[in-house]
Write a protein that binds this ligand. Structure first.
Ligand SMILES: Nc1ncnc2c1ncn2[C@@H]1O[C@H](COP(=O)(O)OP(=O)(O)OP(=O)(O)O)[C@@H](O)[C@H]1O
Ligand SMILES: [Mg+2]
Length: 394
């Protein structure tokens, strides 16, 4: 336990430092308890039916390829049931892809003439589910065989900590800031690190990233405009990924706008409440004005997709359903068909810095898990369809 002594009250600066030190110590303890023994995140195993579903094959097909020793047996077999690590799932994709007649059936990664997908989740309304949606999409795509880069543009570092790096404690590694700063930036390849989740890498953020806001106000100029810096950083690692997912801070500053100038598609997550809808209207008005400034500076902003996603959807809440219908009537297919349901399964998982994909189904009420998982799968699959459409695939 952390000793509880009175907080410094002499000066506000001391009070703030004192609170931050205590919080950090408490977080360290909490993390150690949650992810013992070495405080690093690990990923669960996946059951045989789940793996068959992720691969898009039948259970019978799986038994056949195991019988013929096409796919090696997974290490874990409990009572005749196979359980796979995500690495084993990834390895199975590679083996099956080699013998598949349809290219991209098991390893759907892009070819050289299919452009890198850069999707930004943005809205300056705090708590609109930007980070939660980003991490769920990242896990969905990684589990479906895509090479994903999660790029954290938020100095709060929520996405970074969901990816297993705790920006609030003992993290002094390189961050996105180091790749986009004006003075002697490092290469993006040095910033990007693989995560514990196979197929997913992270370009981390921490508080220092907010320096980009102040520095851009001073250093951005015609020779090195701020809005090219994220785009250029991503270009340095382009060959390693199929999809980049950028989480944004809840403000329309230089970081968010730099992201917008790099993005090929945008998702605006939106909770169906009157306050959120009206603040989103203001946000988009301002975003439109900034996009105009960037376009006038000679940059081309053309999005393949620009969509609203209803988040924390409550099908039984009448006012929120009315607002959702209103948005759909007004913007039609600009609002994604799938919604992210409000669910305790999601909020409980994110408390442990996990997505629903990391939760073991039997540890939750089945119905609750299935509804949350189904909803996140529907969101992921709709985005996947848009990605594939951009690539000109069926
Ligand atoms: N589908 C959901 N069901 C239940 N709770 C959710 C859901 N999506 C998000 N939440 C909860 O809402 C809160 C805010 O979500 P999140 O951090 O993703 O928002 P954000 O837009 O990234 O916030 P910020 O603007 O601070 O970056 C979190 O506590 C999260 O657990
Ligand atoms: Mg966030």
């Amino acid at each position: 336990m952390i000793p509880v002594t009175p907080l410094s009250a002499e000066r506000s600066s001391l009070l703030a430092t004192d609170i931050s030190e205590r919080l950090n110590a408490a977080i360290r303890e909490h993390l150690l308890a949650a992810f013992a023994p070495d405080s690093t995140k690990t990923l669960r195993e996946f059951s045989a039916p789940e793996v068959a579903e992720l691969l898009g094959v039948s259970g019978q097909f799986m038994r056949k390829v195991h019988g013929e020793e096409v796919i090696p047996e997974p290490k874990i077999n409990r009572g005749g049931r196979r359980y796979y690590s995500a690495q084993e799932l990834w390895a199975a994709r590679e083996v099956l892809e080699k013998s598949s007649r349809k290219k991209g059936r098991y390893l759907p990664r892009r070819s050289s003439d299919e452009k890198l997908q850069i999707w930004q989740l943005m809205n300056f309304k705090g708590g609109s589910s930007k980070s939660t949606t980003t991490v769920h999409l990242a896990h969905y795509f990684a589990l479906h065989g895509y090479r994903v880069l999660a790029l954290d543009l938020d100095p709060q570092g929520s996405l970074t900590s969901m990816c297993g790096i705790s920006p609030e404690i003992e993290f002094d590694g390189l961050t996105v800031y180091d790749a986009i700063r004006y003075d002697n930036p490092v290469s993006m390849a040095e910033v990007v690190v693989p995560t514990y989740f196979p197929g997913l890498s992270i370009a981390p953020a921490r508080l220092l990233l907010s320096e980009f806001e102040t520095e851009s106000a001073v250093h951005s100029n015609g020779d090195q405009p701020f809005f090219t810096r994220i785009r250029n950083a991503i270009a340095q690692v382009e060959g390693d990924f199929d999809l980049v997912l950028m989480d944004s801070p809840p403000q329309l500053g230089f970081l968010t706008i730099s992201g917008m100038a790099a993005a090929s598609s945008i998702i605006v997550p939106l909770t169906p409440s009157m306050l959120d809808v009206s603040s989103t209207a203001q946000f988009l008005e301002l975003a439109g004005a900034y996009m105009g400034v960037i376009e006038n500076a000679g940059a081309e902003l053309r999005y393949d997709h620009f969509k609203f996603l209803i988040t924390r959807d409550e099908p039984t809440d009448v006012p929120s359903q009315q607002l959702t219908s209103f948005m759909r009537a007004l913007f039609q297919d600009r609002v994604m068909s799938a919604t992210a349901l409000k669910s305790t399964a999601i909020s409980d998982a994110t408390m442990l810095k996990q997505s629903i994909y990391e939760v073991v189904r039997s540890e939750m009420t089945r119905g609750t898990y299935d509804r949350a998982r189904g909803s996140m799968d529907a969101v992921g699959s709709e985005v996947e369809a848009m990605v594939r459409q951009t690539w000109g695939r069926k």
